[in-house]
Design a protein around this ligand. Structure first.
Ligand SMILES: CC(C)(COP(=O)(O)OP(=O)(O)OC[C@H]1O[C@@H](n2cnc3c(N)ncnc32)[C@H](O)[C@@H]1OP(=O)(O)O)[C@@H](O)C(=O)NCCC(=O)NCCS
Length: 195
């Protein structure tokens, strides 16, 4: 049984360990995953190990593994990065790396749980993210979790021979509190909003 640091219904978060490096490298270099991730370079075990070894030293960045409640399988990771002490904002990134587990609702649940962690544990006031416009699954997961689109950077990222639009999403603590406390249908309404 692995450490359960922060639990949801079907997943929980736990710290990433050096033993996870092989899985992370496999997922990050996977052709399909890479096509929707905002990184251009490949990653190798050495660089990823250095990254994992550097985790949990700073209060401004947190990255955690995403694990299934059933079977304790590590399926991905997320990060809340560069938390700003003054503005109480941070940038969210997510990877459900195990492709067999994609499209099963884990990304949406992980987003909701990470947002809760950001507001309730890191005392953030705002969480923001960027996503390629062609990443339909990502866009839907973020909307479903309550993020609203705030902008579009046209042709901001070059990948696979083309420039891609990058959509900017954000969520405020007050919106999240309303979603959580007052309005059970609000998540569904936000998810169905068009840009
Ligand atoms: C993007 C990602 C985080 C989404 O997580 P996921 O667990 O696969 O997605 P979910 O199962 O929660 O589904 C999210 C939405 O996408 C829809 N969806 C599922 N499979 C889909 C597909 N193949 N095409 C389009 N939409 C799809 C779901 O129906 C759901 O929408 P709905 O709630 O409106 O019905 C995950 O696929 C992933 O990590 N991909 C690779 C890396 C990446 O793109 N990271 C995000 C970078 S911003």
């Amino acid at each position: 049984m692995s450490v359960k640091y922060y639990s949801g219904d079907n997943i929980y978060f736990r710290p990433l360990e050096v033993a996870d490096v092989d899985a992370l490298v496999t997922w990050l270099n996977d052709e399909d995953n890479w096509s929707t991730l905002g990184r251009s370079n490949p990653i190798n075990r050495l660089r990823e190990r250095e990254y994992v070894e550097g985790l949990y030293k700073s209060p401004t960045d947190v990255s955690l593994g995403i694990v299934t409640q059933e079977g304790d399988a590590l399926i991905g990771c997320f990060g809340l990065h560069q938390a700003c002490a003054q503005s109480r904002r941070a940038t969210f990134g997510l990877l459900i790396g195990d492709r067999k587990r994609q499209g099963a609702g884990f990304g949406t649940e992980a987003t909701k749980l990470a947002v809760r962690y950001g507001f309730e544990e890191m005392n953030l006031n705002r969480i923001e993210l960027s996503v390629f416009s062609h990443n339909e699954r990502g866009v839907r997961a973020y909307r479903r979790a309550g993020f609203v689109q705030e902008g579009c950077q046209r042709q901001a990222f070059y990948r696979n021979g083309n420039y891609h639009d990058v959509l900017l999403f954000g969520m405020l603590r007050r919106d999240w509190e309303r979603l959580e406390n007052d309005d059970a249908d609000a998540y569904a309404r936000l998810a169905s909003m068009t840009t």
